[in-house]
Design a protein around this ligand. Structure first.
Ligand code: DX5
Ligand code: ZN
Length: 217
């Protein structure tokens, strides 16, 4: 699969979200970080803003829920217009039931792992998912340094996906930039979230194209 680049609007201007979404036209997905001040020590946005954003852009929304009790809230993000919903393994009470519910409502189901959460206990759940997200920073904030120590986990996860013959996408999120994306791609990631590397650039749309070219080579 060709590399997909998902700009994270966490690094955008929240007062101009519709324009900021348009600034990255050509991106595969728009990554929307939902934080509740409990699962992570930061607060961002919720269902009403996702609903408005879905109407304001034709780029599909990739909602990353860094919240407690995603079992209760994730389905509402599908109803709000998200095309992919990621919940955290550490927060979900019944990940299989939740993934099935997200899929049944018509979105792609995805599960995220914080840096200290291993992939191995989740091997048998992989067929229930459309994407697995490996965090390459501690979730909560944009602009943090990429954790190189996550590269072996990306590699092991890619091997598990191949072993089971799955079509699962493998996403990385945190510190992805021109200086780290090639290592992620080489380790087996194929979907790349980039916040500061895209919105911090002079020309965000051009930054998306450049990252995609780098990941594909
Ligand atoms: C961090 C968020 C990321 C964040 C990435 O908790 O999940 O999506 O926006 O930002 P950068 O690319 O700047 O590390
Ligand atoms: Zn994210």
């Amino acid at each position: 699969m060709a590399a997909q680049i998902n700009p994270s609007i966490l690094s955008a201007d929240f007062a101009r979200l519709a324009d900021e979404a348009k600034a990255v036209q050509g991106a595969d997905w728009l990554h929307v970080d939902v934080m509740d001040n409990h699962f992570v020590p930061n607060l961002t946005l919720g269902v009403p803003i996702v609903e408005s954003l879905a109407k304001a852009t034709s780029t599909p929304l990739d909602c990353h829920l860094m919240i407690e009790d995603p079992d209760r809230w994730a389905p509402q993000y599908v109803e709000a217009g998200a095309s992919s919903v990621t919940f955290h393994a550490e927060a979900a009470h019944a990940p299989v039931r939740l993934a099935r519910e997200i899929r049944a409502k018509g979105a792609r189901a995805s599960m995220a792992l914080k840096p200290a959460t291993p992939i191995e206990p989740y091997e048998d759940l992989l067929p229930e998912l459309d994407m697995l997200l490996i965090m390459t920073v501690e979730p909560g904030f944009g602009g943090q340094a990429f954790l190189d120590i996550m590269l072996p986990k990306i590699r092991r996860t890619r091997e598990l996906i191949a072993k089971h013959g799955l079509e699962l996408w493998l996403q990385v999120d945190g510190g992805v930039s021109a200086s780290t994306i090639e290592r992620c791609a080489e380790a087996g990631a194929d979907v790349f979230v980039a916040g500061s590397a895209v919105y911090g650039a002079q020309d965000p749309a051009e930054a998306v194209r450049a990252l995609r070219t780098q990941a594909d080579t």
